[in-house]
Design a binder for this molecule. Structure first.
Ligand code: AP5
Ligand code: MG
Ligand code: ZN
Length: 223
């Protein structure tokens, strides 16, 4: 295993499959899955001041302000389990966030290994978001059509109850997509210029997207 910490930035619009893929890939790579959406939802659940601040933005399908988002990620990356790197999911989403990440990584003497971008058309994204169910207990992600649990409403992994995210309602999902194309698209160009971006066809099966990611990361044996 390389001694240099491994930082991977997984990009893609809402519903592209970032969380689904990141959970498995992070495990295989032996690095933590750091998802800003999940971190905010944890804060909301615990009722922290950051959670109260983030909740309004998330309910409207807007981005949480850069300063608090950046501070949260920098803090997360300084925790001991990130000593070997991290698989970032949902961050950075704006140019100031991308630049702040670069600055922090430069301070640490780390760099980004690769930026896979999972691409999926808008109508498919909306179908994925409207049919998504998540385990309240362990965070496993299901889809009513594309990845149904064995028993409706019950997690295959831990038996916990499944729920739908409030921001997956069609109006909010559409707003999230608008925000993505306006504010996050420039980040793709930023990584493209650095030669880090690798396009992944996200409309394949979950298994095939995984294989494409393994290929893009070039660190795991391919099947
Ligand atoms: P966040 O939680 O990051 O949401 P998102 O980016 O909108 O992405 P999703 O989690 O909705 O989709 P995903 O790509 O993870 O897809 P999944 O694997 O679940 O952010 C939420 C909010 O937090 C933001 O709106 C913002 O307010 C705030 N926030 C977060 N980060 C921020 C930041 N950096 N700055 C500011 N604010 C921030 O899959 C979706 C569905 O599709 C599932 O049902 C799954 O089973 C299914 N599926 C997956 N892959 C496939 C496949 N290949 N074929 C068929 N179905 C599939
Ligand atoms: Mg996600
Ligand atoms: Zn579960």
């Amino acid at each position: 295993m390389a001694s240099q910490p491994l930082v991977i930035v997984l990009m893609g619009p809402p519903g592209a499959g970032k969380g689904t893929q990141a959970k498995r890939l992070a495990k295989e790579l032996g690095i933590p899955h750091v998802a800003t959406g999940d971190l905010f939802r944890e804060h909301i659940k615990k009722g922290t001041p950051l959670g109260r601040l983030a909740q309004g933005y998330m309910e409207r399908g807007e981005l949480v302000p850069d300063d608090v988002t950046i501070a949260m990620v920098i803090d997360r990356l300084s925790q001991p389990d990130c000593a070997r790197g991290a698989l970032l999911d949902g961050f950075p989403r704006t140019l100031p966030q991308a630049k702040a990440l670069d600055e922090r990584l430069a301070e640490l003497g780390w760099c980004i290994h690769v930026v896979p971008n999972i691409q999926v058309r808008e109508d498919v994204l909306l179908r994925r978001l409207s049919g998504r169910w998540i385990c309240r207990n362990c965070g496993a992600v299901y889809h009513i059509e594309f990845r149904p649990p064995a028993r409706p409403g019950v997690c295959d992994v831990c038996g916990g109850p499944l729920y739908q995210r409030p921001d997956d309602r069609p109006e909010t999902a559409r707003q999230r997509l608008r925000v993505y194309f306006e504010q996050t698209a420039p980040v793709l160009a930023y990584y493209q210029r650095q030669g880090l971006l690798v396009e992944i066809d996200g409309e394949q099966s979950i298994e095939d997207v995984h294989d494409a990611l393994v290929k893009a990361v070039r660190l795991l044996p391919e099947e």
